[in-house]
Design a protein around this ligand. Structure first.
Ligand code: FCB
Length: 384
């Protein structure tokens, strides 16, 4: 299975999940019990210390044969206080971009990956009417980081930001809350403002949406369509006219006439409890391509497992689905695996998604066989 010429192969990370010491972010506050009602199993602490070890991490990626690194820059470091910009943080992220390019990696930069500065959260976060203005001001300030960058992801999984935005709504054991319409509107506004800003500097702008492969069964087509509308489709539709759309896919949700169905007892589950379902990425690509109609990058895909051979199986299955979408005419331009490193999975280090493991005390990196495997696929630009 050959992939198109120029297809990008890489891996993704997010600042808070790997950098360590992200003390000015709302997640740090939550981890240390300073957000009423939020209970977190483990604080992120030093994470993988990639804030200092990013050069080594990028070199492992490049040496394996991959060509693209998606990482996020941290708003809480760049603007730790309302209106005050840290030039040292800007310089840090410029060095990261330079390091990537020096290693032959194309950097894809995410401007917002779930975390906010504490001050932004305190002022109402995405519930405040000032949210899009505040975000746009940060993006303007971050522009020096993007000088040598072409691919920019404005906001990671805005749909997850919206569905998690209502503190009154608990997280159901199956499916997702419907999202907060006013937050969705502000996120779309913030995205459009960011697209204009980064395009002004010649960047190719998009955002990345969590696609859930909502699969109707027993004639529940309309129920599934209604279910996906606020949780996914509104965000894909908002990407019309962008330069690209990011698809992030892990698992599926079956929808019956009464709504989302539990995972069958005999289904294989990953360490996040999600059903093992590699073709999910194909559902995500088809939905994104038909709704947004712009080039697609798979910006996240992978599985949490302690069995690295199973990670390879999963990725092979996912790449077969990506290839089938391309064969059917979808304009898919790249595949970025989640994740380069085992990382802080929003409350716990147990779900290991990485192509690279690391020692919790010494931070010593240990590439897994899956890194070499994906590198070989990348070098061949083909799945054999
Ligand atoms: C996505 C997030 C990413 C990671 C993976 C497993 O929803 O974007 O940070 O947690 O899931």
């Amino acid at each position: 299975m050959d992939f198109p010429n120029g297809f990008l192969w890489g891996a993704s990370t997010a600042a808070h999940q790997i950098e360590g010491g992200n003390v000015h972010s709302d997640w740090w506050e939550r981890e240390w019990g300073r957000v009423p009602g939020a209970v977190v199993e483990t604080p992120s602490g030093d994470a993988a210390d990639s804030y200092h070890r990013y050069g080594e991490d990028m070199a492992l990626l490049a040496d394996a044969g991959l060509d693209t690194y998606r990482f996020s820059i941290e708003w809480a470091r760049i603007e730790p206080e309302d209106g005050w910009i840290s030039h040292a943080a800007i310089d840090h992220y410029r060095r990261m971009v330079d390091t990537a390019i020096g290693l032959g990696l194309r950097p894809m930069i995410t401007l917002h990956h779930f975390t906010n500065p504490i001050w932004f959260a305190r002022e109402g976060g995405w519930h405040s009417d000032a949210a899009a203005d505040r975000f746009a001001r940060y993006v303007e300030a971050a522009m020096p980081v993007l000088e040598a960058v072409d691919l920019v992801c404005t906001i990671n999984e805005p749909n997850m930001v919206s569905v998690l935005a209502d503190p009154e709504v608990g997280f159901p054991s199956i499916g997702l809350p419907p999202g907060v319409p006013a937050v969705t509107d502000r996120l779309i506004d913030a995205h459009k403002r960011a697209v204009d800003i980064v395009r002004g500097d010649g960047c190719l702008a998009g955002w990345s949406v969590a696609t859930q492969a909502y699969q109707p069964i027993d004639g529940a087509e309309q129920v599934a369509a209604a279910y996906g509308a606020s949780r996914e489709d509104v965000f894909l539709d908002a990407a019309r006219g962008d330069d690209w759309i990011g698809v992030q896919a892990y698992t599926r949700t079956k929808i019956g006439p009464e709504g989302p169905l539990p995972i069958p007892d005999d289904a294989e589950r990953t360490l996040t409890g999600w059903e093992y379902f590699p073709p999910a990425v194909g559902d995500g690509i088809r939905n994104a391509w038909s709704r947004a109609g712009v080039p697609v990058y798979v910006t996240e895909n992978g599985m949490a497992t302690a069995d690295d051979a199973r990670r390879i199986d999963y990725t092979r299955g996912a790449l077969e689905a990506v290839h089938a979408c391309i064969a059917d005419g979808a304009d898919v331009r790249g595949y970025l695996h989640w994740s380069l490193l085992d990382n802080y999975e929003w409350g716990s280090y147990r779900p290991t998604f990485g192509l690279i493991a690391w020692d919790r005390d010494t931070f010593e990196r240990s590439p897994k066989p899956s890194l070499g495997w994906l590198g070989e696929v990348a070098r061949a630009n083909a799945l054999r």
